[in-house]
Write a protein that binds this ligand. Structure first.
Ligand code: PGA
Length: 251
């Protein structure tokens, strides 16, 4: 049985004051047992979140890491070893906003994935198709290519200690969500792709869905057999909404 994970990706949102408010709200939440919960603040606020959430069952992660695992001369970047030192447990790699707006390719993403793991962090590999690719019927091919690149670089065994997040780009921040059936189809294809290489790894890996998930849509999505939780953007900035989504993963 896979333990669900609900992770809040705060993206480039927050101020010292608003993060403090959000943490206060998160501390008050009644969170379900049997569900892993995490938040991913902008790097500036990671230490604030870790201190503020001490004793609460909410892990903290980062939204990205450098290709080089260890500290060094790489202006503006943050090493996975530094994230681990700060107390992070997870790190997103390959979020579509970085793939599309910053031109991150599969090679760079595989290096970040490896850097994260080498420092004991759990990479959350984000994959997903654009609207054009969706309309052209290329969804599964695109997602398999994105995952295949990491398998090729690091081997399927790398997914024994990683999480995958399927996020259709057309559903991110748009209010559009893949139907549970559509999402399940892609999640099933991802698991089958991994199973073709290693059945045990495929069975164990958590595959999250992301893209405009709200409390109202969460339970039905999380009820699908291959959807093991969610990566939540906008709705994770509201503690009560985020809490409701976490509880949906526990039901
Ligand atoms: P959204 O973002 O929930 O605001 O659509 C999800 C994500 O990009 O991780």
């Amino acid at each position: 049985m896979r333990r669900p994970l609900v992770a809040g990706n705060w993206k480039m949102h927050g101020t010292t004051a608003s993060v403090s408010e959000l943490i206060k709200g998160l501390r008050l939440l009644a969170l379900p047992g049997g569900v892993d919960v995490a938040v991913m603040p902008p790097c500036l606020y990671i230490s604030q979140a870790i201190a503020g959430l001490a004793g609460k069952n909410v892990a903290v992660g980062a939204q990205d890491c450098a290709v080089e695992p260890m500290q060094g001369a790489l202006t503006g970047e943050i090493a996975a070893s530094q994230l681990a030192d700060a107390g992070c447990r997870y790190v997103l790699v390959g979020h579509s906003e970085r793939r599309l707006l910053l031109g991150e390719g599969d090679g760079v993403i595989s290096r970040k994935f490896a850097a994260a793991q080498s420092c004991g962090l759990i990479p959350v590999l984000c994959v997903g198709e654009t609207r054009e690719q969706y309309e052209a019927g290329e969804t599964v091919a695109v997602v398999m290519r994105q995952i295949g690149a990491v398998i090729e670089a690091l081997g399927v065994g790398a997914f024994a200690k990683a999480v995958i997040a399927y996020e259709p780009v057309w559903a991110i921040g748009t209010g559009l969500t893949a139907t549970p059936k559509q999402a399940q189809q892609v999640h099933g294809a991802i698991r089958a792709q991994l199973a073709a290489e290693n059945a045990v790894v495929a069975e164990g890996v958590r595959i999250l869905y992301g893209g405009s998930v709200k409390a109202a849509s969460a339970a039905e999505l999380f009820g699908m057999p291959d959807i093991d939780g969610g990566l939540i953007g906008g709705a994770s900035l509201n503690a009560d909404e985020f809490g409701a989504i976490c509880r949906a993963a526990g039901s």
